[in-house]
Design a protein around this ligand. Structure first.
Ligand SMILES: Nc1ncnc2c1ncn2[C@@H]1O[C@H](COP(=O)(O)OP(=O)(O)OP(=O)(O)O)[C@@H](O)[C@H]1O
Length: 215
């Protein structure tokens, strides 16, 4: 399995945010995007997740059979800045929705709702409305969404935002387990995630790009 990006460029509004961004990740690998605020980390993640159309370049996912006919967004979990949960619904209802909506892909397995809540250290509160949870608890449950439906690629934007040190370690363990089972991780962060098999790519925005590339 393989995820690659070739010469990506992206625009937000009128502004060109980056050009010529390439990477290549195989099963079990992680790429951590770092860089100052506004350098384009979220933009790159959104392009790979299929939420934003790139200006140039391409993203290619190749499955374990060597086939590249599925877009990366179809085989990815995307955890953005927002948690994508309904405040009025209980934790169990939110996770059940995502489990049913996303379903599993071939090649891996998922947890049931209680197992996923347990995996993020929040067993026993799945009956509560999501809106009652603290910011860190909400983030943990947003992470549990990744566990209730199998996707080989995890795209994570500031996954540790609002998390305490225990949750940081828990999340690193879950990411590591995903990598060990052959998964690929692409994450943006300002804090070290404590992953072992991870490379870093520092985003610089458009500032360092040579003039003239748009010829
Ligand atoms: N919808 C939009 N329209 C116009 N410009 C945008 C839009 N969204 C983001 N931008 C700009 O794109 C640039 C890159 O933003 P992006 O969110 O990718 O940065 P980032 O590296 O993730 O930053 P941070 O570390 O603050 O999360 C910023 O200058 C931002 O102002």
């Amino acid at each position: 399995m393989h995820l690659s990006a070739e010469n990506l460029a992206a625009r937000r509004g009128e502004d060109l945010i980056f050009t010529n961004v390439s990477f290549s990740l195989s099963s079990g690998e992680a790429l951590i995007l770092t860089g100052r605020n506004g350098s384009g980390k979220s933009t790159l993640l959104r392009v790979v997740a299929g939420l934003l159309k790139q200006e140039k370049g391409c993203v290619v996912f190749t499955d374990s059979k060597g086939e590249s006919d599925r877009p990366a967004c179809e085989v990815s979990h995307y955890l953005g800045h927002r948690n994508a949960m309904k405040s009025e619904l209980t934790v169990a209802e939110n996770l059940s929705f995502w489990k049913t909506f996303l379903g599993d892909m071939p090649g891996g397995s998922s947890l049931d709702i209680d197992e996923a809540a347990d995996a993020v250290g929040l067993a026993g509160i799945t009956h509560l409305p999501f809106g009652y949870l603290s910011a860190g608890q909400q983030r943990r449950i947003a992470f549990a969404k990744l566990l209730v439906a199998y996707r080989p690629i995890w795209i994570l934007d500031e996954p540790t935002a609002a998390l305490d040190a225990t949750a940081d370690r828990l999340l690193a363990q879950l990411i590591t387990a995903h990598q060990r089972s052959g998964g690929i991780v692409l994450a943006a962060t300002h804090q070290p995630l404590g992953l072992s098999n991870a490379r870093e790519m520092r985003m610089t925005g458009f500032a360092g790009v040579n003039a003239g590339v748009w010829g």
